[in-house]
Design a protein. Structure first.
Length: 234
């Protein structure tokens, strides 16, 4: 579904990504792991079109999207949940969910789409009228994910979803990702919780200083303490 070949990206004069290759098959869960500053977030942002200076090849479902604007990528079924959550303060949970439908193909079925998401996220279903900025950090993260999912994306990219979240909600979140995977939703995950990410994923990439230094079955990497220690230890 997603093919990234020889991807290079820059912030100003800083060459952050240096020839990154990543593939994600339909229905797969793939994770990218590595230390802070390795280039993981820049990879997701580049795939979504949020890094201005980039070169290489990004193909989504066979179509070249390297130069597509963000809204076109979204319309094609690519969704991105950034690390910062970015819910809209001053709006309710329901109103934030509606924002996810503004440019979506299924926006005419708003009630149906929101009912479906409310079933998947029972914590949010109980809080639809509540102001979004009064939710806990973990609930705000769930809202950001739900807002991305309400448009029924074909591939969802998640950037550090467990960052700063209390353990009980991290458990809930990864249970949710497991259900998403079981439903055939394609996932590309960047995550500092290496064990949880590898336990969820089918395949994994290890990134260091803007380069993919290892790739393989997630189960094999989960059992490889030497690679985890070398490239992922804080």
């Amino acid at each position: 579904m997603l093919e990234v070949r020889s991807l290079n990206a820059w912030y100003g004069h800083s060459h952050i990504l240096q020839g990154v290759d990543i593939t994600v098959g339909r229905g797969e869960a793939v994770c990218v792991i590595g230390r802070n500053g390795a280039g993981k977030t820049t990879t997701l942002r580049s795939i979504m079109g949020l890094v201005a200076k980039r070169q290489g090849e990004i193909r989504f479902d066979g179509q070249d999207i390297l130069r597509d604007p963000v809204h076109t990528r979204f319309a094609k079924g690519l969704a991105y949940v950034p690390e910062e959550r970015r819910i809209v303060s001053g709006l309710s949970v329901l109103e934030n969910l509606r924002l996810g439908l503004v440019a979506a193909a299924n926006r005419a079925r708003e009630a149906e789409a929101i009912d479906r998401i409310a079933e998947i996220f029972p914590r949010l279903r109980e809080r639809l009228p509540q102001a979004a900025d009064t939710l806990s950090g973990g609930e705000q993260q769930m809202l950001a994910i739900a807002r991305a999912m309400v448009s029924e994306p074909r591939l969802i990219m998640l950037d550090e979803p467990s960052e700063g979240i209390m353990p009980v909600l991290v458990d809930e979140m990864f249970e949710l990702f497991g259900r998403m995977k079981a439903q055939g939703i394609t996932i590309l995950l960047v995550e500092q919780n290496v064990e949880r990410a590898l336990a969820l994923a089918d395949r994994a990439y290890v990134m260091d200083q803007g380069v993919i230094v290892h790739e393989g079955r997630a189960a094999d990497l989960l059992a490889d303490a030497e690679i985890q220690e070398k490239y992922c230890a804080v």
